[in-house]
Design a protein around this ligand. Structure first.
Ligand code: NAP
Ligand code: G4F
Length: 354
């Protein structure tokens, strides 16, 4: 005779730092769907900045039941330590960062404090509390700096050129050091650029899609920096899936998460204008490049030195073969699909704002 045993499955607890950001919001959705109790770290601000997680926050079946928010800051040891002490999470996803490369040249100290020491604060708390918590670090392709036009993988050389990239390299290495020294489950996802309709509006892809939507609906033009940089652009929703998969492994490893295809900023702009059926002419002189609407001779956008960086990473292209082998992760959304989704999202939103 078989006896059915009632098996109680313990609900997993996760802390997400950077929950109000692009990735944090997608990851929160994913973990809630998987049955986790999710705890997000948020910063106090004078205005409410929870737009990306409002749909979770405003759901009474979830908020304060399986989804909780806690004030804290990556630069504040006590808030990090007391949150980890209180929750004793199974998993921590460290996504919080001053994530803007150009801003890091203006705020190098703050960037180092939040993006480098912030990670150390998490690791030290987990270690000193003697927890078995797994730690995921959102590392970045910026740690490679300027490499030649080769596919970058886990064994490529790291030579970052921005305060952001250097702070993130510290985090990358401290994760590896704690993993080795204290046998902790700590891993780095070396994320190449990933975008979505939730991308911050000061990053180039969103600047382009929002800028073009403003051009279409309000005839406003916009400014860009270097059009010749190449990036390996994927969809953020797929990248948070990789984060979770990495944390389910028995042994921690560092993995490159990328699409394996690289396009220039100009390619992104041109593809977005194609989707909107804008016929343009490009006029270049020594000072600037202008994109003019053929239909009415109006300025759509032009370059401006203010948006260039003191040090640029010119080319990024990733190789995620190891991620496919170890976590069966492969991106599906193509460059064209990504641009289209972002263009359509901004087109509708700007129309509503009008
Ligand atoms: P994001 O949209 O800029 O979000 C950053 C998050 O970090 C926000 O929730 C922000 O809070 C929070 N944060 C910033 N400083 C903080 C501090 N001192 N204390 C607590 N929270 C703080 O970035 P993302 O695109 O989602 O990226 C997520 C992570 O992946 C970041 O670490 C980024 O560096 C890394 N990454 C991103 C990409 C990419 O292409 N998106 C590629 C490689 C690596 P507020 O909302 O209060 O500002
Ligand atoms: O969109 P971006 O600001 O992204 P960037 O610098 O590649 O950084 C992003 O990806 C990293 C991964 O490689 C992340 F770690 C980081 O947190 C962030 O998410 O700029 C992309 C390219 C750059 O070459 C920049 O110089 O676009 C160029 N660009 C041209 N005009 C511009 C602009 N970038 C911005 N932000 N604004 C412009 O007007």
């Amino acid at each position: 005779m078989f006896q059915l045993m009632a098996k109680t499955v313990k609900q997993k607890k996760a802390i997400i730092t950077g929950i109000t950001g692009q990735d944090g919001s997608y990851l929160a959705e994913l973990l809630i769907k998987k049955g986790y109790q999710v705890h997000g770290l948020i910063r106090r601000a004078s205005i409410i900045k929870t737009d990306r997680i409002d749909h979770i926050f405003n759901n009474p079946k979830i908020f304060n039941k399986t989804f909780f928010l806690h004030y804290g800051d990556m630069t504040d040891d006590i808030s990090i330590n007391s949150l980890i002490y209180k929750i004793r999470p199974d998993e921590i996803y460290n996504l919080a960062a001053q994530s803007h490369v150009k801003v890091s040249f203006e705020l190098p100290m703050y960037t180092a404090n939040a993006d480098a020491l912030g990670t150390l604060r998490i690791l030290e708390s987990v270690k000193s509390l003697r927890l078995n918590t797994k730690v995921y670090q959102a590392s970045t392709s910026e740690i490679y700096g300027n490499s030649s036009k080769v596919k970058l993988d886990e064994n490529s050389v790291f030579r970052p050129v921005s305060p952001y990239g250097i702070a993130k390299l510290y985090s990358f290495e401290i994760i590896r050091a704690y993993r080795k020294a204290y046998n902790m489950f700590a891993c780095n996802g070396i994320l190449f650029n990933h975008e979505s309709p939730r991308r911050g509006e000061t990053f180039v892809t969103r600047k382009i899609t929002k800028g073009l939507a403003n051009y279409v609906h309000k005839q406003e033009s916009f400014l860009l920096g270097n059009l010749n940089a190449y990036r390996d652009w994927g969809h953020a929703k797929e990248y948070v899936d990789a984060m979770w998969k990495m944390m389910q492994l028995k042994k921690p490893i560092d993995l490159v998460i990328s699409t394996g295809k690289s396009y220039s900023v100009r390619d992104f702009l041109v593809e977005a204008m194609k989707i909107l059926e804008i016929n343009f002419i490009e006029i270049k002189n020594r000072k600037e490049t202008k994109f003019i609407d053929k239909k009415n001779n109006q300025l759509i956008c032009k370059t401006d030195k203010r948006y260039e960086r003191p040090n640029e990473v010119n080319y990024l292209l990733g190789n995620s073969n190891l991620a496919f082998k170890r976590i069966k992760w492969k991106p599906k959304v193509t460059f064209k699909e990504l641009v289209k989704e972002m263009v359509n999202f901004d087109l509708i939103n700007v129309k509503k704002e009008k």
